[in-house]
Design a protein. Structure first.
Length: 65
């Protein structure tokens, strides 16, 4: 029951502010890029990490409003 409630809350939150969904998508794409380049290209890994940090900051700022 609590899992269903959490999913409903997330759905309602995304309907009120689609920017949250955008931040999550940006974070997810950066995470995938990080995983693909881990151990191969240090600079690119750092770039993906920075993108994830900034996307997370933006999402948290929206949630705290």
């Amino acid at each position: 029951m609590s899992r269903e409630l959490l999913e409903l809350e997330k759905t309602m939150l995304f309907q009120t502010d689609p920017s949250l969904k955008r931040f999550q998508v940006i974070f997810a794409l950066a995470f995938l890029g990080f995983r693909k380049t881990f151990g191969k290209d240090r600079d690119l890994c750092e770039l993906f990490l920075r993108i994830m940090v900034e996307a997370n900051k933006g999402r948290n700022e929206l949630l705290l409003k």
